[in-house]
Design a protein around this ligand. Structure first.
Ligand SMILES: Nc1ncnc2c1ncn2[C@@H]1O[C@H](COP(=O)(O)OP(=O)(O)OP(=O)(O)O)[C@@H](O)[C@H]1O
Length: 264
């Protein structure tokens, strides 16, 4: 049986580059699964996500989502980037509306569209700021609107490219908890890129560790066997949390550490 999201033997080599960034990456993701991708800077995490998003073409191999080969961007794959990409002249409500009008809102009446926008703002607890513009809200709030906008498209897969990377630790923790709650409520399939090992363990069903580039491959896939809902405080000393955490750290810092000159 084919997986919900099937990444098969994917390679990509950029023009004017002597070697592929990714080589022969294969990954099968089930419907509703939360999968994190972790690896050193420059190994090709964003490149992989961009191929799934349809923003970059693979040089070899391919991606099939729910039985359909991906050959370009589409509303079935919504991306949230590290730095919000909201339109500064529109309010939070209007930013979400823009996405709804072009995707899931087609075929809805005006009133249904309105309810759907409000529903997604409420999902990220942003109803109170619906009429504010991005310049008037905090970084964490902007990311929440970005997530609401992505979810409002009813995507089959939510692609998160370091969505909490630019946030302070407390805001980050708060947003992680919200995303976990949304994932539990909607059962959305999620692929998330992160550099944060704790974040990967806390949120994921599986963690995909990429080897260093070029020619990066899937080095190891770790299943996180933790019941949900997950409580960050209770888990801090739980061996089912600390075990996978140590395994990812071991992969990144011992088995696939970067040579000093590449880090500098
Ligand atoms: N459009 C492009 N043209 C040429 N090379 C590219 C292009 N996009 C990315 N690369 C190269 O591909 C490699 C992987 O980049 P990518 O951004 O996917 O890495 P990453 O793992 O997401 O890094 P980081 O964790 O620092 O964000 C890098 O060496 C980068 O320079």
């Amino acid at each position: 049986m084919t997986a919900f999201l099937d990444i098969s033997n994917l390679s990509i080599q950029f023009p004017r580059s002597p070697v592929p960034v990714l080589r022969d990456v294969t990954l099968r993701i089930n419907r509703g699964e939360y999968v994190s991708i972790i690896g050193h800077s420059g190994c090709g995490k964003s490149t992989l996500l961009n191929i799934v998003a349809g923003l970059l073409p693979a040089s070899a191999g391919g991606v099939v989502l729910d039985g359909r080969e991906i050959d370009g961007p589409g509303p079935d794959r919504a991306v949230v980037f590290q730095n919000h990409s909201l339109l500064p002249w529109l309010t939070c409500y209007e930013n979400v509306k823009l996405a709804v009008d072009r995707t899931a809102g087609r075929g809805m009446s005006r009133a249904e569209r309105h309810d759907w926008i409000e529903h997604n703002l409420a999902l990220v607890r942003m109803t109170h700021a619906r009429d504010k513009r991005p310049g008037e809200i905090s970084g964490g709030m902007k990311q929440r609107i970005g997530i609401a906008r992505a979810l409002s498209m009813k995507p089959k897969v939510l692609l998160l490219d370091e969505p909490f990377g630019a946030l302070d630790a407390l805001t980050r923790a708060h947003l992680q908890d919200q995303v976990m709650a949304i994932h539990a409520e909607l059962g959305t399939t999620v692929i998330m890129i992160t550099h944060d090992v704790d974040e990967a363990v806390l949120l994921s069903d599986r963690i995909v560790m990429l080897t260093n580039g070029p020619n990066a491959q899937v080095g190891e896939v770790l299943a996180v066997d933790l019941p949900r809902p997950r409580d960050r405080i209770a888990l801090a000393s739980d061996p089912r949390f600390t075990g996978p955490r140590a395994a990812v750290l071991e992969f990144l810092h011992h088995r696939h550490s970067l040579p000093a000159e590449k880090v500098a």
